[in-house]
Ligand binder design. Structure first.
Ligand SMILES: [Zn+2]
Ligand SMILES: [Zn+2]
Length: 269
């Protein structure tokens, strides 16, 4: 991720203290709207920094806000600009909605530069991944979800609804889980916490199995930090190496492991 810090783009200090938000359900995607002029250069430079500074001025002087509303902003070159940054509540989603999601703004509009470039989409995925590493859950939504606005524009909103993927990402092949004699055959993929987050029927089957064994885990098909932590506890409980990754041995143990029964070794009394 190409990150430009507040100091690097010449941010003004915030007027007032900002509200901490250590975690949220996910991220909402925004756009600038109105006219956005495309960069005159192929590489990222003064044009994009000026645009971010202009948005900050508008939010502080026009709207009277403490500082720029967004957590992060992403330009057509794929550069990620630090707005409020990680762990801070945004002011972008609308009243009552800022505690639920962080906010990332794409620097495109509804005139001039309207088409998100591949670099911009990759930058958005970088920005969302960065926030996920710092408290954001897996949801990706548009500003218009739950709020009366056309933001982030139809093009970006379609991308959000299609899964907010990198433009060159291959279509995910559905993974099938085959059950033989009540035991799920390992589908062959090691489950681990990665960015973008793994999801699939294999994750769901493993979660469902652990839930049936009484472990507190959401059966949602996403291998997030909760799944990893349950995996570690499970591995510790059954005496496997504690990796937080569901490899073949960890997968099999979820179906085959039985607690030692003292009765079997103590039948002769
Ligand atoms: Zn918006
Ligand atoms: Zn740029």
């Amino acid at each position: 991720m190409k990150l430009v810090t507040r100091a690097q783009w010449g941010a003004r200090p915030a007027k007032r203290g900002l509200t901490a938000l250590p975690s949220a359900r996910g991220v909402k995607v925004h756009y600038v709207g109105s006219r956005v002029n495309p960069s005159p250069t192929k590489t990222c430079g003064a044009h994009c920094r000026d645009m971010v500074r202009g948005i900050q001025n508008h939010h502080m002087d026009g709207n009277g806000w403490s500082t720029i509303a967004y957590n992060l902003l992403v330009c057509e070159h794929g550069t990620v600009f630090e707005g409020r940054g990680k762990g801070i509540m945004s002011a972008a989603n609308g009243e009552g909605l800022n505690g639920g999601h962080y906010a990332v703004c794409a620097l495109i509009g509804d005139k001039g530069l309207v088409e998100p470039t591949d670099e911009l989409l990759n930058g958005l995925v970088d920005a969302i991944g960065y926030l996920r590493n710092h408290g954001a859950g897996r949801e990706v939504k548009g500003h218009r979800d739950g709020y009366a606005t056309s933001c982030p524009g139809d093009r970006l909103y379609r991308w959000v609804k299609a899964g907010a993927r990198r433009p060159d990402a291959p279509e995910e092949k559905p993974i099938e889980v085959v059950i033989k004699n009540g035991i799920a055959v390992w589908p062959g993929r090691v489950l681990e916490l990665v960015d973008p987050m793994m999801r699939g029927e294999d994750v769901r089957a493993w979660q469902a199995r652990l839930a049936r064994r009484g472990w507190k885990v959401d059966v949602d098909g996403w291998y997030g930090s909760q799944s990893r932590s349950v995996c570690r506890s499970w591995q510790r409980a059954v005496g496997l190496p504690v990796t937080g990754r569901v490899d073949e041995a960890t997968w099999d143990s979820a179906w085959s492991w039985r607690p030692p029964t003292p009765g079997e070794v103590d039948e002769t009394n």
